[in-house]
Design a protein around this ligand. Structure first.
Ligand code: ADP
Length: 251
């Protein structure tokens, strides 16, 4: 049997006294592209923080690549792109190359030790998001969509097996969003990177994701995208108290 990339059992989490995640069970296998969807405040970011080891669940267990998160050390295997990654618009003094290289130096130590093969790794990561021609440009000169690609390259530079993206398309125009999803599909299919994408846009990416998880404190649905598409709108309304249309346009 294949080793799951993530295995969560009976996870609950509360801030102070209020539970925001209750009895979550979720298994993500290698090669999956999971769309994690839920309205604002449904616990998506909290769940990601638990998976990234930034928050400690009140109960339940998380295994990453078969290892209990409390003993997991090989964080290089996981890349993370946060929602706020594409907000370098205030003259931040770094080139695209430097931003991507910082993904390596965070792992290998001082910038001055960047070796020739590291240079090639940075360029390879930039090529995979089709931003290699922008290597020498200042990050702050780029559009939000281009910056987002650079931050994906930064996450890719250490060859993660799992890439987690938190609402990467907020504030990006529809055309850019579409090409961004195509890029994610390519990373998933060609580089065999397991992906978790937190999104409001589940309606527009059901042709890209292999699995869907609907979260609102508990997991109301988790399964293959085909099965998700069989669910009628009324069923989704039952999960969320409003329709899929509202759910997917709830920015
Ligand atoms: P989502 O990412 O789906 O919008 P979050 O995980 O950010 O949801 O939040 C889930 C719930 O937990 C919300 O009601 C939010 O207000 C609350 N919450 C988030 N962060 C904190 C915090 N640091 N302290 C207290 N409550 C929080």
């Amino acid at each position: 049997m294949r080793e799951p990339v993530i295995e969560i059992q009976n996870l609950s989490f509360r801030y102070n006294l209020r539970f925001v995640l209750e009895n979550i069970n979720l298994k993500v296998e290698k090669g999956e592209f999971l769309g994690l969807v839920g309205p604002n405040g449904s616990g998506k970011s909290t769940l990601l923080k638990c998976i990234l080891g930034l928050l400690k669940p009140n109960s339940g267990t998380i295994k990453l690549f078969g290892t209990d998160i409390r003993h997991f050390q090989n964080w290089n295997r996981i890349g993370f792109v946060s929602q706020k990654a594409n907000s370098f618009n205030t003259g931040f003094p770094a080139t695209v190359f430097e931003v991507v290289a910082s993904g390596l130096t965070a792992k290998i130590g001082l910038f001055k030790f960047l070796k020739k093969n590291h240079h090639e790794k940075v360029m390879e990561a930039l090529r995979s998001v089709r931003m290699d021609e922008f290597a020498k440009r200042n990050i702050s000169e780029l559009s939000g969509g281009q910056q987002q690609r650079v931050f994906i390259a930064r996450a890719l530079v250490s060859d993660p097996e799992l890439l987690i993206l938190d609402e990467p398309t907020v504030g990006v125009d529809a055309k850019t969003v579409q090409s961004f999803y195509e890029l994610l599909e390519k990373l998933n299919k060609e580089l065999n990177i397991t992906l978790i994408l937190v999104t409001h846009d589940i309606g527009t990416i059901t042709d890209k994701v292999t699995h869907v998880a609907c979260l609102n404190k508990t997991l109301h649905f988790h399964g293959k995208t085909n099965d998700f598409e069989q669910i009628q709108d009324e069923d989704v309304a039952k999960f969320y108290g409003h329709s899929l249309h509202v759910l997917t346009h709830n920015h």
